[in-house]
Write a protein that binds this ligand. Sequence first.
Ligand code: ATP
Ligand code: SF4
Ligand code: MG
Length: 331
Amino acid sequence: MALLEINDLHTFFETKKGTVKAVNGVSYSVDEGKTLGIVGESGSGKSVSAMSILKLLDGNGRIDSGSIIFNGRDLADVKGNDMCKIRGNDISVIFQEPMTSLNPIFTIERQLSEPFMVHQKMSKKEARKQAVEMLRSVKIPNPESVAKQYPHQLSGGMRQRVMIAMALACQPKLLIADEPTTALDVTIQAQILKLMNELKKERGTSILFITHDLGVINEMADDVAVMYCGQVVEKAPVRTIFGKNSYSHPYTEGLMFSIPRLDTPAGVRLEAIPGAVPHPLDLPKGCKFAPRCKYATDKCREEEPELVSIEENHVIRCFYPEKGVRSDGKK
Ligand SMILES: Nc1ncnc2c1ncn2[C@@H]1O[C@H](COP(=O)(O)OP(=O)(O)OP(=O)(O)O)[C@@H](O)[C@H]1O
Ligand code: SF4
Ligand SMILES: [Mg+2]
């Protein structure tokens, strides 16, 4: 069952140069106890779609239309104080850089005990005890002494664990993780991902996992939504995206070709997707991926494809979703 269901979400920013349609008709859902991975290059609207859920948009941003159904309630209509109750209590978020979320002038113990005092009305003593338990649950060695430290005294990996502990403090139903390991080295990244997977299993937390790294998606996600220029271009279970499949979006295919895989034959070069993501105020006519797509035809340059169902649980926004049928000779 879906815990979160985003339907036809449009989130816009007003700028001096015009309206940036950062999220332009996005639909995706996160099932209970499952992880939805959102992948796409920089600027594709991954973070803005997630921040729309929490109403944490910059001052010039607004949800123009669409619905965000969480636990049966449309968050697009929830205002002010009610949203504060949902943030932290029901939905938590972990960002890429923990230093932006941790307060440098307070100890870890003080920051970690706050949600227990505010949301669960615990006494200071109880909350501090609980804070140490949370540090233990995210596998921080010597949690009692780490609790007394300030954020700058911890390594990047430790800070990210503290962030996870903080995000999980009130046992949220949904955890939004926006590039949570991008700033960490690979070994620490692997430990944090393993930890998140364990916590998901133990607590049944649903996770919206945002990354530009398909390798990480493969390890973390049950389902995948691929985003490009403010839209979902493909959505499927992770095994469909990574398995041998007759259908795919050319953008997903391009992302796949650009990552090293164990089954890549020796000597085969990895291919980068040519060109760059278009500026949001200067989007091409027709399919937004057409200027970079080796399969683009005149039709693609004129008309915009819809997101269509190709097979069960698999939708693609492309006129030529079948791999064997499209060819780069089709101009
Ligand atoms: N406050 C704002 N004003 C104008 N445009 C904005 C604002 N915030 C975001 N955008 C634009 O919205 C688009 C989507 O941004 P978003 O941050 O969601 O991308 P992303 O997919 O998360 O990229 P990244 O991988 O770099 O984090 C971008 O083109 C960005 O420039
Ligand atoms: S619609 Fe055309 S340009 Fe767009 S992704 Fe499909 S083949 Fe490429
Ligand atoms: Mg982002």
